[in-house]
Design a protein around this ligand. Structure first.
Ligand code: PFF
Length: 453
């Protein structure tokens, strides 16, 4: 049924797939989430734990997701059903993924929408429209939030309706190189400014005194979110792959690229905070003494920093920074929408266009509600991101290790990588997916629940 309606599609090239998957991975999680978490959690100590989470847990789970997707050529629900041997519980893993996709997308769009308002702020101020600029950057303005959220959703839907190769692949192939150039340009500029090296020192100096259970919870949650794992985004992207592609190599590229962009983004943002401080901007929370993080950092400290640079250069840099954030968010939001859309296309034989507008419409309603009540973001992050994605990852590794079995997964992975099953890497992967990943994720999940409850 899946391809009977001819709406599934496939990637055009190896590079196209890798960029699309990397585009899904690189998003607000890297440019906003990662530097913020580093600032919050003891600098380089967090980076080290994060690297361990990405390599020891994220990378093996990513291979698993790609193998499940390519083997079944289906959306997450269809994929688990196809491999379920009639067990009705197994497809629940896919349903959970689709639900997480819908919910994460709905708050992701609101934050992504903010980037558009902030991109326009400097220009509007420059042209003398201060009041309008103030409205566009007022995070508490529900109607404004809703309008930008819907604009962002519109971009996302339009790309998805283009299909896999003509929509997603083409869009990410153009946007990802732009994103990289902008990021490097911004770093280059920040490091010409006073205060940047002080920020760099804070970024690279680990403070292990802050190491505790909650840091590890944050690092694993961040790794799952940043690598787009646990909800079947990579099962879906893997389902559009042909059997010539080397899944292990692709997963390695995507993981490495995602880590690199996060680390580079931190290299820009933390020094930028200290540049802001030299420009007279407060960067430490007076109550806790810690660096400002999260929303305050990205949508308050940084705009003030661009302002403090003054004149045309501040305006241009502010504009391109928020465009960078917007582009990164867009290449991720399309993958978040593609998961439920592929489910609807496969399972109900609905045309891609109808599916994209229908699912997009439903998500838009939730996103508009969040636009007016931002406290829901924290709630959604806790349920669907901090618990939901690692839980999805746990179920995926247990499913692959004990139900589908690594031997069968290996038959899939060896297509495009014949030497993997007999290699050390192959043996290590089996150990990780069967024992290390489930145990680590379970420990972290228990910790998460203890913190949340
Ligand atoms: N990886 C994206 C980011 O770092 O912003 C967010 C994301 C996209 C999470 C797709 C999950 C997903 F399936």
């Amino acid at each position: 049924m899946a391809s009977a309606n001819g709406e599934r599609g496939s990637w055009n090239s190896k590079m196209g797939f890798i960029l699309a998957a990397a585009g899904s991975a690189v998003g607000l999680g890297n440019i906003w989430g990662f530097p913020t978490q580093v600032a919050d959690n003891g600098g380089a100590a967090f980076i080290l734990i994060y690297l361990v989470c990405c390599i020891a847990v994220g990378f093996p789970v990513m291979i698993a997701e790609l193998a499940i997707g390519r083997n079944t050529q289906k959306n997450p629900v269809g994929a688990f059903r196809a491999l379920s041997n009639g067990n009705p519980l197994v497809p629940l893993i896919g349903y959970w993924g689709v639900l997480c996709g819908l919910m994460i997308l709905s708050f992701y769009l609101v934050i992504a929408g903010w980037t558009l308002g902030f991109a326009l702020e400097g220009i509007l101020n420059h042209l003398g429209f201060e009041a309008l600029a103030g409205t566009l950057t007022d995070l508490g303005n529900g109607t404004k939030n809703a309008v930008f959220t819907l604009i962002f959703m519109l971009f996302t839907i339009l790309i998805i309706t283009g299909g896999v190769s003509r929509g997603i692949e083409r869009a990410t192939k153009t946007m990802m190189p732009m994103l990289l150039v902008i990021l490097l340009l911004l770093i280059g500029f920040i490091f010409t400014q006073e205060g940047a090296t002080e920020g760099l020192a804070v970024y690279v100096k680990p403070d292990f005194s802050t190491m505790n259970g909650s840091l590890v919870v944050s690092a694993l949650g961040q790794a799952f979110f940043s690598l787009s794992l646990g909800m079947g985004a990579l099962i879906t992207y893997g389902s559009y792959l042909n059997r010539k592609q080397n899944l292990v190599e692709s997963a390695a590229y995507v993981t490495a690229f995602d880590i690199a962009i996060a680390v580079i983004a931190g290299l820009m943002i933390i020094p930028a905070m200290y540049v802001a401080q030299k420009g007279g901007v407060a960067i430490f929370d007076p109550e806790t003494g810690a660096l400002f993080s999260s929303t305050t950092l990205v949508f308050d400290v940084l705009p003030q920093m661009f302002d403090s640079l003054g004149g045309f250069i501040g305006l241009i840099l502010g504009f391109i920074f928020f465009i960078l954030l917007g582009l990164a968010a867009l290449t991720s939001s399309i993958s978040l929408l593609e998961v439920p859309v592929s489910y609807v296309i496969d399972e109900f034989s609905i045309r891609r266009k109808t599916a994209a507008w229908g699912v997009g419409g439903i998500v838009s309603i939730i996103a508009v509600i969040i636009s007016y009540d931002l406290s829901l973001i924290d709630l959604f992050v806790a349920i669907f991101n901090e618990v939901g994605l690692p839980l999805g990852g746990l179920m995926i590794s247990l499913f692959l290790g004990y139900f589908w079995k690594t031997e069968r997964a290996m038959l899939e992975i060896q297509e495009g990588n014949p030497s993997f099953p007999g290699s050390t890497g192959g043996k290590v992967w089996v150990i990780f997916i069967r024992y290390i990943c489930p145990v680590l994720i379970a420990i972290v999940l228990v910790n998460t629940l203890l913190i949340v409850l």
